[in-house]
Ligand binder design. Structure first.
Ligand code: CA
Ligand code: CA
Ligand code: CA
Length: 440
Protein backbone atom coordinates (compact mmCIF):
# COMPACT_ATOMS: atom_id res chain seq x y z
CA UNK A 1 0.00 0.00 0.00
CA UNK A 2 2.73 2.40 0.98
CA UNK A 3 4.53 1.60 -2.19
CA UNK A 4 1.42 2.48 -4.21
CA UNK A 5 0.88 5.80 -2.44
CA UNK A 6 4.48 6.71 -3.01
CA UNK A 7 4.30 5.85 -6.65
CA UNK A 8 1.20 8.02 -7.06
CA UNK A 9 2.80 11.02 -5.34
CA UNK A 10 5.99 10.65 -7.26
CA UNK A 11 3.96 11.13 -10.38
CA UNK A 12 2.88 14.58 -9.11
CA UNK A 13 6.08 16.22 -7.99
CA UNK A 14 5.96 19.41 -6.00
CA UNK A 15 8.66 22.01 -6.09
CA UNK A 16 8.99 25.02 -3.86
CA UNK A 17 11.94 27.34 -4.04
CA UNK A 18 12.56 29.98 -1.46
CA UNK A 19 15.25 32.24 -2.78
CA UNK A 20 13.92 35.73 -2.25
CA UNK A 21 11.82 37.82 0.06
CA UNK A 22 8.26 36.61 0.50
CA UNK A 23 7.02 39.56 2.55
CA UNK A 24 7.82 43.13 3.48
CA UNK A 25 8.50 44.02 7.09
CA UNK A 26 7.51 47.65 6.53
CA UNK A 27 4.07 47.98 4.95
CA UNK A 28 3.40 49.45 1.53
CA UNK A 29 0.92 52.30 1.32
CA UNK A 30 -1.37 52.45 -1.69
CA UNK A 31 -3.41 55.63 -2.06
CA UNK A 32 -6.74 55.38 -3.88
CA UNK A 33 -9.57 57.92 -3.84
CA UNK A 34 -8.90 60.80 -1.42
CA UNK A 35 -6.80 60.22 1.70
CA UNK A 36 -5.41 62.58 4.33
CA UNK A 37 -1.92 62.12 5.69
CA UNK A 38 0.65 64.31 7.40
CA UNK A 39 3.64 63.85 9.70
CA UNK A 40 6.54 61.42 9.28
CA UNK A 41 6.06 57.96 7.80
CA UNK A 42 8.10 54.96 6.67
CA UNK A 43 6.73 52.63 4.00
CA UNK A 44 8.23 49.89 1.90
CA UNK A 45 6.67 51.81 -0.97
CA UNK A 46 4.19 54.62 -1.44
CA UNK A 47 1.97 54.48 -4.52
CA UNK A 48 -0.48 57.28 -5.34
CA UNK A 49 -2.79 55.80 -7.93
CA UNK A 50 -4.04 57.60 -11.01
CA UNK A 51 -6.79 60.09 -10.08
CA UNK A 52 -6.13 59.60 -6.36
CA UNK A 53 -5.31 62.50 -4.04
CA UNK A 54 -3.19 62.39 -0.93
CA UNK A 55 -4.09 65.55 0.93
CA UNK A 56 -1.79 67.17 3.51
CA UNK A 57 -3.90 69.23 5.91
CA UNK A 58 -2.92 71.67 8.66
CA UNK A 59 -4.01 70.71 12.13
CA UNK A 60 -5.64 73.28 14.44
CA UNK A 61 -3.71 76.09 12.84
CA UNK A 62 -0.28 74.43 12.91
CA UNK A 63 1.45 74.13 9.53
CA UNK A 64 1.54 70.62 8.11
CA UNK A 65 4.47 68.64 6.78
CA UNK A 66 4.39 65.28 5.04
CA UNK A 67 7.70 63.45 5.26
CA UNK A 68 7.79 59.99 3.68
CA UNK A 69 10.78 57.66 3.57
CA UNK A 70 10.35 54.59 1.42
CA UNK A 71 12.15 52.16 -0.80
CA UNK A 72 10.12 53.43 -3.74
CA UNK A 73 7.60 56.21 -4.29
CA UNK A 74 5.34 56.41 -7.33
CA UNK A 75 2.75 59.06 -8.22
CA UNK A 76 0.84 57.79 -11.20
CA UNK A 77 -0.42 60.09 -13.94
CA UNK A 78 -3.44 61.97 -12.60
CA UNK A 79 -2.46 61.27 -8.99
CA UNK A 80 -1.71 64.22 -6.69
CA UNK A 81 -0.06 64.91 -3.35
CA UNK A 82 -1.65 68.21 -2.33
CA UNK A 83 -0.26 70.36 0.51
CA UNK A 84 -1.64 73.62 -0.86
CA UNK A 85 -2.73 76.00 1.87
CA UNK A 86 -1.39 73.66 4.56
CA UNK A 87 1.28 76.13 5.78
CA UNK A 88 0.78 79.12 8.07
CA UNK A 89 -2.86 80.03 8.17
CA UNK A 90 -4.26 83.39 7.19
CA UNK A 91 -6.41 84.05 10.20
CA UNK A 92 -7.77 87.56 10.65
CA UNK A 93 -4.66 89.29 9.46
CA UNK A 94 -2.07 87.30 11.39
CA UNK A 95 1.08 86.90 9.40
CA UNK A 96 2.58 83.49 8.92
CA UNK A 97 5.35 82.31 11.19
CA UNK A 98 4.76 85.06 13.69
CA UNK A 99 1.14 84.59 14.47
CA UNK A 100 0.99 87.35 17.05
CA UNK A 101 0.96 89.93 14.30
CA UNK A 102 -2.21 91.56 13.20
CA UNK A 103 -1.16 93.74 10.36
CA UNK A 104 -1.80 93.73 6.67
CA UNK A 105 1.50 92.31 5.48
CA UNK A 106 2.84 88.85 4.99
CA UNK A 107 5.58 87.40 7.18
CA UNK A 108 8.43 89.69 8.22
CA UNK A 109 6.45 92.84 7.71
CA UNK A 110 8.53 95.99 7.81
CA UNK A 111 5.67 98.07 9.00
CA UNK A 112 2.20 97.62 10.39
CA UNK A 113 -0.66 97.64 8.04
CA UNK A 114 -2.65 100.71 7.33
CA UNK A 115 -6.32 100.68 7.86
CA UNK A 116 -8.35 100.77 4.74
CA UNK A 117 -5.60 99.33 2.57
CA UNK A 118 -5.34 95.98 0.84
CA UNK A 119 -3.32 93.16 2.31
CA UNK A 120 0.11 92.30 0.93
CA UNK A 121 1.27 89.02 -0.43
CA UNK A 122 3.18 86.70 1.84
CA UNK A 123 6.92 86.15 1.58
CA UNK A 124 8.69 82.83 1.38
CA UNK A 125 11.62 82.08 -0.89
CA UNK A 126 10.66 85.32 -2.60
CA UNK A 127 9.04 88.58 -1.51
CA UNK A 128 5.31 89.07 -1.55
CA UNK A 129 3.71 91.75 -3.68
CA UNK A 130 2.10 94.93 -2.39
CA UNK A 131 -1.56 95.50 -2.99
CA UNK A 132 -2.43 97.39 -6.16
CA UNK A 133 -5.21 99.61 -7.43
CA UNK A 134 -8.17 97.96 -9.06
CA UNK A 135 -6.98 99.10 -12.46
CA UNK A 136 -3.57 97.60 -11.59
CA UNK A 137 -0.64 99.82 -10.82
CA UNK A 138 0.99 101.26 -7.71
CA UNK A 139 -0.98 102.17 -4.63
CA UNK A 140 1.13 104.53 -2.51
CA UNK A 141 -0.40 103.58 0.82
CA UNK A 142 -0.08 99.86 0.26
CA UNK A 143 1.98 97.92 2.76
CA UNK A 144 5.16 96.18 1.61
CA UNK A 145 4.85 92.49 0.91
CA UNK A 146 6.33 89.87 3.16
CA UNK A 147 10.05 89.43 2.76
CA UNK A 148 12.08 86.43 1.76
CA UNK A 149 13.11 84.27 4.70
CA UNK A 150 14.04 80.87 3.27
CA UNK A 151 17.82 80.77 3.48
CA UNK A 152 19.18 78.25 2.88
CA UNK A 153 16.40 76.68 0.90
CA UNK A 154 16.89 73.30 2.61
CA UNK A 155 15.22 74.79 5.67
CA UNK A 156 11.96 73.68 4.04
CA UNK A 157 9.73 76.06 5.96
CA UNK A 158 6.03 76.25 5.26
CA UNK A 159 4.76 79.23 3.32
CA UNK A 160 3.56 82.22 5.33
CA UNK A 161 0.07 83.62 5.13
CA UNK A 162 -1.01 86.64 3.17
CA UNK A 163 -1.73 89.84 5.02
CA UNK A 164 -5.36 90.69 5.61
CA UNK A 165 -7.05 93.91 4.68
CA UNK A 166 -7.49 95.81 7.95
CA UNK A 167 -10.76 97.60 8.19
CA UNK A 168 -11.44 100.66 10.34
CA UNK A 169 -14.91 99.33 10.88
CA UNK A 170 -16.19 95.97 12.08
CA UNK A 171 -16.65 93.61 9.20
CA UNK A 172 -19.67 91.43 8.75
CA UNK A 173 -17.49 88.99 6.82
CA UNK A 174 -14.02 88.13 8.12
CA UNK A 175 -11.07 89.39 6.18
CA UNK A 176 -8.11 87.14 5.80
CA UNK A 177 -5.08 86.51 3.66
CA UNK A 178 -4.47 83.29 1.78
CA UNK A 179 -2.96 80.35 3.62
CA UNK A 180 0.67 79.49 2.97
CA UNK A 181 1.62 76.22 1.31
CA UNK A 182 2.71 73.24 3.38
CA UNK A 183 5.80 71.06 3.09
CA UNK A 184 6.26 67.76 1.23
CA UNK A 185 9.53 65.86 1.70
CA UNK A 186 9.94 62.54 -0.09
CA UNK A 187 13.02 60.33 0.32
CA UNK A 188 13.36 57.07 -1.54
CA UNK A 189 15.88 55.10 -3.50
CA UNK A 190 13.55 55.48 -6.48
CA UNK A 191 10.94 58.18 -7.05
CA UNK A 192 8.74 58.22 -10.12
CA UNK A 193 6.34 61.14 -10.59
CA UNK A 194 3.96 61.12 -13.52
CA UNK A 195 1.29 62.93 -11.51
CA UNK A 196 1.72 66.15 -9.53
CA UNK A 197 2.83 67.48 -6.15
CA UNK A 198 1.34 70.78 -5.00
CA UNK A 199 2.32 73.01 -2.09
CA UNK A 200 0.72 76.17 -3.42
CA UNK A 201 -0.19 79.29 -1.51
CA UNK A 202 -3.89 79.99 -1.10
CA UNK A 203 -5.70 83.02 -2.52
CA UNK A 204 -6.56 86.04 -0.37
CA UNK A 205 -10.22 86.80 0.32
CA UNK A 206 -12.04 90.01 -0.53
CA UNK A 207 -14.27 92.05 1.77
CA UNK A 208 -16.05 95.26 0.87
CA UNK A 209 -13.93 96.77 -1.88
CA UNK A 210 -10.52 95.53 -0.78
CA UNK A 211 -8.62 92.31 -1.20
CA UNK A 212 -6.26 90.54 1.18
CA UNK A 213 -2.86 89.17 0.23
CA UNK A 214 -2.15 85.76 -1.24
CA UNK A 215 -0.32 83.11 0.74
CA UNK A 216 3.24 82.13 -0.11
CA UNK A 217 4.07 78.85 -1.75
CA UNK A 218 5.37 76.11 0.52
CA UNK A 219 8.22 73.68 -0.04
CA UNK A 220 8.78 70.42 -1.89
CA UNK A 221 11.96 68.40 -1.54
CA UNK A 222 12.70 65.14 -3.36
CA UNK A 223 15.71 63.04 -2.38
CA UNK A 224 16.20 60.03 -4.62
CA UNK A 225 19.03 58.05 -6.08
CA UNK A 226 16.88 57.61 -9.17
CA UNK A 227 14.26 60.20 -10.17
CA UNK A 228 11.98 59.71 -13.16
CA UNK A 229 8.65 60.74 -14.63
CA UNK A 230 7.17 63.68 -16.47
CA UNK A 231 4.99 65.16 -13.72
CA UNK A 232 4.65 68.63 -12.20
CA UNK A 233 5.82 70.16 -8.93
CA UNK A 234 4.09 73.41 -7.96
CA UNK A 235 4.81 75.81 -5.09
CA UNK A 236 3.17 78.76 -6.81
CA UNK A 237 2.15 81.73 -4.64
CA UNK A 238 -1.53 82.46 -4.04
CA UNK A 239 -3.37 85.31 -5.76
CA UNK A 240 -4.34 88.45 -3.88
CA UNK A 241 -8.04 88.92 -3.35
CA UNK A 242 -9.86 90.98 -5.98
CA UNK A 243 -11.44 94.30 -4.84
CA UNK A 244 -13.32 97.08 -6.60
CA UNK A 245 -10.94 99.63 -5.02
CA UNK A 246 -7.74 97.63 -4.65
CA UNK A 247 -6.49 94.09 -4.94
CA UNK A 248 -4.43 92.25 -2.39
CA UNK A 249 -0.82 91.52 -3.27
CA UNK A 250 0.23 88.18 -4.69
CA UNK A 251 2.07 85.71 -2.51
CA UNK A 252 5.66 84.77 -3.27
CA UNK A 253 6.66 81.46 -4.82
CA UNK A 254 7.97 78.74 -2.55
CA UNK A 255 10.89 76.40 -2.94
CA UNK A 256 11.51 73.14 -4.81
CA UNK A 257 14.64 71.23 -3.83
CA UNK A 258 15.75 68.23 -5.89
CA UNK A 259 18.63 66.02 -4.80
CA UNK A 260 19.26 63.07 -7.08
CA UNK A 261 22.06 60.72 -7.94
CA UNK A 262 22.73 62.50 -11.22
CA UNK A 263 21.60 66.00 -10.24
CA UNK A 264 18.88 65.97 -12.90
CA UNK A 265 15.24 67.00 -12.74
CA UNK A 266 14.34 64.12 -15.06
CA UNK A 267 11.28 65.01 -17.14
CA UNK A 268 9.64 66.93 -14.31
CA UNK A 269 8.65 70.58 -14.46
CA UNK A 270 8.55 72.93 -11.48
CA UNK A 271 6.37 76.01 -10.97
CA UNK A 272 7.86 78.45 -8.42
CA UNK A 273 6.07 81.57 -9.68
CA UNK A 274 4.63 84.24 -7.44
CA UNK A 275 0.88 84.73 -7.43
CA UNK A 276 -0.86 87.62 -9.24
CA UNK A 277 -2.41 90.58 -7.41
CA UNK A 278 -6.05 90.03 -8.12
CA UNK A 279 -6.27 89.85 -11.91
CA UNK A 280 -3.11 91.94 -12.32
CA UNK A 281 -0.44 89.70 -13.71
CA UNK A 282 1.87 92.69 -14.06
CA UNK A 283 2.00 92.96 -10.25
CA UNK A 284 2.91 89.58 -8.89
CA UNK A 285 4.62 88.04 -5.92
CA UNK A 286 8.33 87.36 -6.23
CA UNK A 287 9.44 84.06 -7.70
CA UNK A 288 10.58 81.27 -5.48
CA UNK A 289 13.59 78.99 -5.90
CA UNK A 290 14.25 75.77 -7.77
CA UNK A 291 17.40 74.07 -6.54
CA UNK A 292 18.67 70.94 -8.32
CA UNK A 293 21.91 69.32 -7.22
CA UNK A 294 23.69 66.00 -7.11
CA UNK A 295 22.96 64.03 -4.01
CA UNK A 296 26.15 64.48 -2.01
CA UNK A 297 26.23 60.95 -0.63
CA UNK A 298 24.35 57.83 -1.60
CA UNK A 299 20.88 57.84 -0.08
CA UNK A 300 20.08 56.03 3.17
CA UNK A 301 16.35 56.69 3.22
CA UNK A 302 15.50 54.28 6.04
CA UNK A 303 18.34 55.50 8.29
CA UNK A 304 19.66 52.02 9.02
CA UNK A 305 23.24 53.00 8.32
CA UNK A 306 23.36 51.31 4.92
CA UNK A 307 22.95 53.32 1.70
CA UNK A 308 20.57 52.06 -0.96
CA UNK A 309 21.84 49.38 -3.32
CA UNK A 310 20.38 51.45 -6.16
CA UNK A 311 23.07 54.10 -5.72
CA UNK A 312 26.00 51.82 -4.92
CA UNK A 313 25.23 50.95 -1.30
CA UNK A 314 24.52 47.53 0.17
CA UNK A 315 20.96 47.96 1.48
CA UNK A 316 18.71 45.71 -0.60
CA UNK A 317 15.61 47.42 0.89
CA UNK A 318 16.14 51.06 1.71
CA UNK A 319 12.52 51.42 2.75
CA UNK A 320 12.87 49.11 5.74
CA UNK A 321 15.25 49.81 8.64
CA UNK A 322 15.13 46.15 9.71
CA UNK A 323 16.62 44.93 6.47
CA UNK A 324 20.34 45.47 5.89
CA UNK A 325 23.52 43.34 5.79
CA UNK A 326 24.12 43.95 9.49
CA UNK A 327 20.67 42.70 10.53
CA UNK A 328 20.21 39.08 11.72
CA UNK A 329 18.16 36.81 9.50
CA UNK A 330 17.04 34.59 12.36
CA UNK A 331 13.27 34.94 12.22
CA UNK A 332 10.91 32.70 10.29
CA UNK A 333 9.23 35.42 8.26
CA UNK A 334 10.21 34.73 4.67
CA UNK A 335 12.21 37.96 4.58
CA UNK A 336 15.85 38.18 3.57
CA UNK A 337 16.71 40.50 6.44
CA UNK A 338 20.46 40.48 5.85
CA UNK A 339 20.45 41.03 2.09
CA UNK A 340 22.41 37.90 1.22
CA UNK A 341 19.81 36.72 -1.28
CA UNK A 342 18.30 34.03 0.93
CA UNK A 343 15.44 34.26 3.41
CA UNK A 344 15.54 32.86 6.95
CA UNK A 345 18.88 31.10 6.66
CA UNK A 346 20.08 31.75 10.23
CA UNK A 347 17.02 30.71 12.18
CA UNK A 348 17.30 30.97 15.95
CA UNK A 349 16.34 28.11 18.24
CA UNK A 350 13.17 29.96 19.15
CA UNK A 351 12.22 30.96 15.61
CA UNK A 352 9.46 28.35 15.66
CA UNK A 353 7.65 26.53 18.50
CA UNK A 354 8.68 23.01 19.43
CA UNK A 355 7.76 20.41 16.84
CA UNK A 356 7.44 23.08 14.18
CA UNK A 357 9.62 23.86 11.22
CA UNK A 358 10.04 26.95 9.13
CA UNK A 359 8.78 26.68 5.60
CA UNK A 360 8.41 29.57 3.20
CA UNK A 361 8.29 32.04 6.06
CA UNK A 362 5.79 30.15 8.21
CA UNK A 363 6.17 27.82 11.14
CA UNK A 364 4.53 24.54 10.22
CA UNK A 365 3.82 21.62 12.54
CA UNK A 366 6.33 18.88 11.90
CA UNK A 367 4.96 16.11 9.76
CA UNK A 368 2.61 18.41 7.89
CA UNK A 369 5.20 19.85 5.66
CA UNK A 370 8.13 17.52 5.83
CA UNK A 371 10.44 19.66 7.81
CA UNK A 372 13.39 21.76 8.07
CA UNK A 373 14.32 25.06 9.53
CA UNK A 374 13.71 25.95 13.12
CA UNK A 375 17.12 24.61 13.88
CA UNK A 376 19.46 26.20 16.35
CA UNK A 377 21.36 29.31 15.44
CA UNK A 378 24.62 28.45 13.82
CA UNK A 379 23.35 25.35 12.11
CA UNK A 380 24.04 24.90 8.45
CA UNK A 381 22.24 27.54 6.50
CA UNK A 382 20.57 26.85 3.17
CA UNK A 383 21.28 29.11 0.25
CA UNK A 384 18.20 27.57 -1.31
CA UNK A 385 15.44 25.36 -0.03
CA UNK A 386 13.55 22.88 -2.13
CA UNK A 387 10.44 20.98 -1.28
CA UNK A 388 9.90 18.03 -3.57
CA UNK A 389 7.42 15.30 -3.93
CA UNK A 390 8.60 11.75 -4.14
CA UNK A 391 9.54 8.91 -1.87
CA UNK A 392 12.63 7.99 -0.05
CA UNK A 393 13.54 5.67 2.74
CA UNK A 394 16.47 6.25 4.98
CA UNK A 395 18.70 9.21 4.45
CA UNK A 396 17.45 11.05 1.44
CA UNK A 397 20.62 13.03 1.13
CA UNK A 398 22.61 9.87 1.00
CA UNK A 399 21.74 9.43 -2.61
CA UNK A 400 23.62 12.62 -3.33
CA UNK A 401 26.71 11.38 -1.66
CA UNK A 402 27.29 14.68 0.04
CA UNK A 403 27.80 15.87 3.56
CA UNK A 404 25.02 15.35 6.05
CA UNK A 405 23.79 16.90 9.23
CA UNK A 406 24.13 13.91 11.52
CA UNK A 407 21.80 15.41 14.08
CA UNK A 408 18.88 15.41 11.72
CA UNK A 409 19.25 12.26 9.70
CA UNK A 410 17.67 10.11 12.39
CA UNK A 411 14.40 11.94 12.06
CA UNK A 412 13.81 10.97 8.48
CA UNK A 413 11.91 7.88 9.49
CA UNK A 414 9.53 9.98 11.59
CA UNK A 415 8.78 12.20 8.66
CA UNK A 416 8.02 9.21 6.55
CA UNK A 417 5.23 8.29 8.95
CA UNK A 418 3.55 11.67 8.72
CA UNK A 419 0.64 12.70 6.58
CA UNK A 420 3.02 13.57 3.78
CA UNK A 421 5.01 10.47 4.19
CA UNK A 422 6.44 10.64 0.73
CA UNK A 423 7.66 14.21 0.85
CA UNK A 424 11.20 14.99 1.71
CA UNK A 425 13.07 18.15 1.99
CA UNK A 426 16.53 18.75 0.65
CA UNK A 427 18.38 21.73 1.92
CA UNK A 428 21.48 22.93 0.24
CA UNK A 429 24.18 25.31 1.00
CA UNK A 430 26.76 25.65 -1.68
CA UNK A 431 27.79 22.06 -2.27
CA UNK A 432 26.59 20.92 1.12
CA UNK A 433 23.28 19.08 1.11
CA UNK A 434 21.49 17.56 4.03
CA UNK A 435 18.04 16.76 5.38
CA UNK A 436 16.59 18.43 8.40
CA UNK A 437 13.42 16.69 9.50
CA UNK A 438 12.97 19.12 12.41
CA UNK A 439 10.89 16.58 14.34
CA UNK A 440 11.69 15.21 17.73
CA1 CA B 1 19.38 52.16 4.31
CA1 CA C 1 17.20 48.83 4.92
CA1 CA D 1 19.31 36.26 4.38
Amino acid sequence: MLREICAAMTAVPMLLLVTARAAEAAPPRIIEGVKILSGEHQFSELIVRADATLRVVESTGAPATLHVRAGRIVIESGGVIDASGAGYQGNDGNDGGEPTGSDASGKHAAQPGLQGQPGSGAGSAGTGARGVLAACGALDQAVDGGQSYLTPVEMLLPGSAGGAFVSAMPLSVPSRGGHGGGVVLLEAAEIQIDGEIWARGGDGLSVLDLGSGGGAGGAIQLRAALLSGGGVLSVRGGAGGTGTYAHGGGGAGGVVVIRTGDGMLAGLSANVEGGPSGPCTSDVGGPGVLSVEVLGACLDADRDGHPAALCGGDDCDDGDPEIAPSFPDDRCDGVDNDCDGTADQDLSATACPDNHTCEAGECVASGEGGGSGGGPAGSLAPARMELRGGCGVGTAEGSRGENHDAGTSTGVGMVMLGALICRRRIVRRSKVSYTRPGGP
